[in-house]
Design a protein around this ligand. Structure first.
Ligand code: GDP
Ligand code: MN
Length: 499
């Protein structure tokens, strides 16, 4: 999707002008009061009896499992009660507030606040260095006494007593977004796809159960289907892309396209000679969100084979996007290989002249143009873009008129085939120009790797001292000279909690 083998041009170095941190409105929630405990209890009871959780629990078979799951749900209640009580004395953020209003404005931040109290209290005080008396990562006797004895059932076949099974997603009572993972992938990438799923399932989705959608220009074979099914307990969909979404439109001069490809081959441009790569980029730019299966969803998380996640993701990024009115979420921003998109900036400027109504006020032009005081029409593109192999985004945005007008305009210019336009710069220009920049979100708390770059959150207290992450903050690509985070922070400000 982008020329990550390229070096940055030195003129970009040292051009940073970090904006100050965002406003102080994002504070952890206030300490809980005694009544927060009662409110939390009531809220959880209500959720348990009248929520997707209860139907999820009801659907669990056999009875032993169901019973066990209810017991565990009760256990969660007791744990939260304990948390509220403790936080009352320690002054930490209260879990009770979170329970009552998981989608309220401050929820995402207050979760972070309360995370450390979970870590201190329940994941072993010694880990967080607070000397909580839990021993080496274990629970204290007092903590254990607040927990329920598991209901044990005699297994008839083995004659053994079985503790309840614990299904993390069934125990997660919080409302889900209408969302799915989406992966365009080839049959021969099965094992790499399974690796991506192993990371995402263990770090996040085993507690959320979002479905997986696999797209391919050819039918998936049985080994692929079996292989990826075995990686998740969620629903899995396999879809073949319609031919017209993966072929040359009639207005493309294929002889000219072949000549231009040959030039790129001669210049050793990565994927320069590949037709399939161009179909892939055009598909990801124009068609992925138009697949019939995705009509049922509002949000997607793009996943490629062979990517890795190195921190637990302990909140729902889709719900975060929805609650904060975000449109596009990224992790890595970097310089594009200009040879592959030689005319894309000029074509985009032309589009903006024809459709000024599609350009948002307060857009993220400062991310795309370095020269102070210059804008979309008189500024030179600095080659910065969001790396689209990771995206958490709104499908509605891609289906909107501004974006549909834009990609149709681009397609008719032929650059997907005469050059090698990537979906990453196309998505990036659209996100940066058609929506206000505050609707774009950098998930700096998600540790992500797509070869050869990886990110790792910087804040050691929130991400490292507590066992949440297994990555090296000092090696994060955010700090690399080839990263465009300088430009992003210049445009959007550095996030609260970044360091
Ligand atoms: P890079 O990240 O730019 O090096 O490109 P990738 O080879 O990772 O391709 C980007 C995404 O498109 C990945 O999810 C690939 O699995 C997928 N992809 C690339 N080419 C094809 C193709 O010909 N068919 C299918 N079905 N998927 C493809
Ligand atoms: Mn890739």
């Amino acid at each position: 999707m982008s020329g990550y083998a390229m070096l940055p041009t030195s003129s970009h170095e040292g051009s940073s002008a970090y904006a100050p941190s965002p406003s102080s409105s994002h504070r952890p929630s206030s300490p809980s009061s005694p009544s927060a405990l009662t409110r939390a209890r009531t809220a959880l009871h209500a959720r348990l009896s009248n929520s997707p959780l209860s139907s999820a629990l009801d659907s669990l078979k056999p009875r032993t499992v169901r019973l066990g799951a209810y017991a565990l749900a009760a256990l969660v209640l007791v744990s939260l009660a304990g948390l509220s009580l403790r936080s009352g004395t320690s002054g930490a953020a209260g879990g009770g507030l979170r329970l009552e209003s998981p989608l309220a404005g401050e929820s995402a931040r207050s979760q972070w606040g309360s995370y450390s109290s979970w870590a201190d209290g329940w994941l072993g005080g010694s880990r967080a260095g607070t000397g909580g008396g839990g021993g080496a990562g274990g629970r204290s006797r007092a903590q254990n006494e607040r927990l329920l004895d598991p209901p044990l059932e005699l297994d008839a076949k083995s004659g053994l007593l079985m503790p309840p099974e614990v299904y993390p997603a069934a125990l997660n009572p919080f409302k889900r977004a209408n969302a799915a993972f989406v992966a365009l992938v080839r049959n021969n990438e099965r094992e790499a796809m399974r690796n991506s799923m192993r990371h995402l399932e263990s770090r996040f989705n085993r507690r959320y159960n979002y479905p997986w959608v696999f797209l391919n220009d050819e039918p998936f074979d049985d080994e692929f289907k079996k292989g990826v099914r075995s990686m998740t307990r969620s629903e899995v969909h396999f879809e073949v892309i319609a031919k017209e979404h993966w072929s040359y439109p009639s207005f493309i001069n294929q002889t000219h396209a072949a000549e231009e490809r040959q030039k790129m081959v001669d210049e050793h441009v990565i994927y320069g000679g590949s037709e399939s790569y161009r179909h892939m980029c055009r598909f990801n730019s124009m068609f992925f969100f138009q697949q019939p299966i995705l009509e049922n969803f509002d949000w997607y998380w793009r996943v490629e084979p062979g990517v890795e996640y190195w921190c637990d993701i302990d909140y729902d990024p889709f719900v975060f996007m929805e609650a904060n009115n975000k449109v596009y979420g990224f992790v890595i921003a970097l310089y594009e290989y200009r040879r592959t998109v030689e005319t894309l900036w000029d074509v985009t400027k032309e589009f903006a002249r024809l459709h000024p109504e599609h350009i948002a006020d307060n857009n993220a032009i400062r991310f795309l143009v370095d020269e102070p005081g210059k804008g979309l029409q008189d500024g030179e593109w600095n080659n910065c873009h969001f790396w689209s192999n990771f995206e958490i985004g709104s499908l509605k945005f891609w289906r909107s008129k501004p974006y549909m007008d834009y990609v149709k305009f681009l397609d008719e210019k032929g650059g997907f085939f005469y050059e090698r336009w990537g979906d990453a710069p196309v998505h990036s220009f659209a996100a940066a120009l058609f929506v206000p920049q505050e609707q774009i979100h950098n998930f700096y708390d998600i540790s992500y790797r797509h070869n050869p770059y990886s990110t790792c959150p910087q804040n050691r207290k929130l991400f490292h001292d507590n066992g949440k992450c297994e990555c090296y903050p000092e090696n994060s690509f955010d700090l690399d000279g080839y990263s465009c985070m300088r430009q992003w922070w210049r445009s959007a400000g550095k996030p609260a909690y970044y360091e």
